[in-house]
Design a protein around this ligand. Structure first.
Ligand code: AMP
Length: 337
């Protein structure tokens, strides 16, 4: 049987999971599990690159693990980054194969350091923020990933991973690392229902995202108050708010309702309340399923945590093997394990 291609993707533990995260990333991760060998990392080292609280980081890391399992990721595919310290060691090796200039030109570094500056007196731009894409290269290359499902915003980082892999391969005179490719899947861009001109995101505040574990009442309230028409959409064009509601219906796979409501829209008969009810029903159905699964996981917290520590230890064996080979190739002594 042909070996399945390796997929690697990571997510930072930064709090609630919203429908933008779910429809834009996690749902795709769940579906990829059928076709590929998937490894998904909860990258807590990365979450230290912006101002953070240690207590919150620990809580958010476990919360994200539980959320991922509740939304359909297999526990055996999940690792917690800090349980595999080889990522950080490979990052050091890679630092020595990375151009400093290239790092300073990364768009995300520029954006995030500007964000930090906006924090004012507390602003602090760490070397970790600059180095973040090198750690990301280590996350990917340590598992010899063939594909990385990325959004356009991450393409520049993946290019850096390929540059590092190539530079390393050239230095050691061997095609050791696989050059990872991006895996594009059509995923929706979900917008804030409170302000459909911006994307759904936690950073803009609570009304700008819908938590996938929110209770029915809250979801219905958020959808009922979704902005539809602000009166400034050109004649004959669908407003961003209405587009977003249709997008949510499609992402929830309610194609029949989508088709019917679209027909109403095209015939000039659409009642926004019907569209909103259909979207709310669809999101509530999904969230109820996730809440039930999470309750089940919460009643076995210790077992779930042990399971993830175990899966991390199994995934770690692969990372250890790569790091051992890298150190041999790079002229570094190895610890026996
Ligand atoms: P974040 O926690 O904001 O970094 O989001 C994690 C991942 O979720 C991102 O890499 C995106 O792929 C996805 N994502 C976040 N917000 C949205 C959104 N509004 N629409 C679609 N995908 C999103």
């Amino acid at each position: 049987m042909e070996k399945k291609k390796q997929i690697l993707s990571c997510i930072q533990p930064t709090g609630d999971m919203h429908f933008g995260n779910y429809f834009g990333a996690i749902k795709n991760w769940v579906e990829l599990q059928d076709q590929y060998d998937c490894i998904y990392g909860v990258v807590n080292y990365h979450a230290m690159t912006m101002p953070y609280s240690p207590k919150k980081l620990r809580e958010n890391t476990w919360a994200l693990v539980f959320n991922l399992i509740a939304t359909g990721i297999k526990p055996e595919s999940i690792f917690i980054q800090s349980l595999i310290p080889e990522h950080a060691e490979l990052c050091w090796v890679f630092n020595c194969f990375t151009s400093y200039g290239q790092l300073t030109r990364m768009t995300q570094f520029k954006d995030k350091s500007a964000q930090n500056k906006e924090l004012g007196a507390d602003s602090f731009i760490s070397a970790g923020l600059l180095d973040y894409p090198v750690l990301q290269a280590a996350d990917i290359l340590i598992y010899k990933a063939d594909y990385v499902p990325v959004g356009v915003d991450q393409e520049q980082h993946l290019e850096l991973s390929r540059n590092i892999a190539q530079r390393f391969n050239n230095q050691v005179g061997k095609e050791y690392f696989v050059l990872p490719e991006s895996l594009y899947t059509e995923v929706p861009k979900v917008r804030s229902t409170a302000d459909p001109t911006r994307k759904m995101s936690k950073s803009a505040g609570e009304k700008h995202y819908i938590n996938v574990f929110a209770d029915e009442k809250r979801i219905r309230k958020q959808i009922r108050s979704a902005v539809t028409d602000t009166g400034d959409t050109p004649e004959g064009k669908m407003s961003p708010g209405v587009q977003n509601l249709f997008e949510l219906l499609k992402a929830s796979e309610k194609m029949e309702a989508h088709a019917q409501l679209m027909k109403d829209y095209e015939g000039g008969q659409l009642k926004y309340v019907d569209l909103k009810d259909a979207v709310a029903d669809a999101l509530v159905e999904i969230s109820q399923r996730f809440i039930a699964k999470k309750e089940e996981l919460n009643s076995n917290k210790k077992e779930v945590k042990n399971q993830i520590k175990y899966s991390s230890s199994i995934i770690r064996q692969r990372a250890q093997q790569t790091l051992k080979e890298v150190k041999d190739l790079a002229g570094l002594m190895n610890v026996k394990f």
